[in-house]
Design a binder for this molecule. Sequence first.
Ligand SMILES: *[C@@H]1O[C@H](CO)[C@@H](O)[C@H](O)[C@H]1NC(C)=O
Ligand SMILES: *[C@@H]1O[C@H](CO)[C@@H](O)[C@H](O)[C@H]1NC(C)=O
Ligand SMILES: *[C@@H]1O[C@H](CO)[C@@H](O)[C@H](O)[C@H]1NC(C)=O
Ligand SMILES: *[C@@H]1O[C@H](CO)[C@@H](O)[C@H](O)[C@H]1NC(C)=O
Length: 183
Amino acid sequence: MSECRGFYSWCFGFTFLLGLTTLFLWLSLRPQNPSYDLIDFYSPALDIASNSPNTTRNTTILFQLKISNPNKDSGIHYDAINVSLYYKEKKIGESNVQGFYQGHKKTAKKSVVIAAANELFWEAASLEVLNRTAVFRVDLVIGLRFKVVWANTRHKGVEVAGHVPVGVDGKMVAGKKKRIKLK
Ligand SMILES: *[C@@H]1O[C@H](CO)[C@@H](O)[C@H](O)[C@H]1NC(C)=O
Ligand SMILES: *[C@@H]1O[C@H](CO)[C@@H](O)[C@H](O)[C@H]1NC(C)=O
Ligand SMILES: *[C@@H]1O[C@H](CO)[C@@H](O)[C@H](O)[C@H]1NC(C)=O
Ligand SMILES: *[C@@H]1O[C@H](CO)[C@@H](O)[C@H](O)[C@H]1NC(C)=O
C-alpha cells in the first residue's frame, strides 16, 4: 500500500516537473514579433524644390523597409510581403517584396518601387506639398512563420501601417530618427 502511494507521488512529482520545464522552455523560446520601419521615402514628382521638370515628371515612388528580427533563438520565414500605398484613403499603387528568410537578431533592408500614374492624385498632392505636407499611408500585409530550434510555427498573418508626411523636396518628414514605425 505505502509502496503504491510512493509510486503515485513520484509520478505526480515527475509530471509536475516536466510541466514546469516545458513552461519555462516555452517562455524563453517564445518568439517576439519583428519590427517594421520605413526609411528613405522619395517621390520625385513631389520634389518641386528640385525645380527640374525631369524630376517632377517622374511618378515612381521609392522607399525602403527595414525589418528587424529581435529574437536570439528564432529565425523568421517571410512569405511575399504585399505593400500598398494610399493617398487620402485611395489606393494609388502597390508592390511586393519577395519572400525571404531572416536569421536570429538580423535586420533586412528591402527596396520598394511603386509606379503611381494617377494624374488627378499627383495634382492634388503637389498642391498639398506646396502648402505644407502631403500625407501618404503605407500598408504591409505579411505572412510569416517563426523557426524555433528545428521546428517552424504555423503561418501567421500580420498587417501593419504608418502615415508618411512628405514635404516640398519629395522626401518624408520624419524628425531626427529618419524613420517611420509601421504598426
Ligand atoms: C531631361 O531629360 C532630357 C531627355 O531625357 C535630357 O536631354 C535633359 O538633359 C534632361 N535635363 C536635365 C536637367 O537633366
Ligand atoms: C525616377 O527617379 C528615380 C529616383 O531618382 C530613378 O531611379 C528612376 O530611374 C527615375 N525614372 C525615370 C523614368 O526617370
Ligand atoms: C492649405 O492649408 C490651409 C490651412 O491649413 C487649408 O485651409 C487649405 O485647404 C490648404 N490648401 C490645399 C490646396 O491643401
Ligand atoms: C499578396 O497578394 C497576392 C496577390 O494579390 C495574394 O495572392 C497573396 O495572398 C497576398 N499575400 C498576403 C500575405 O496577403
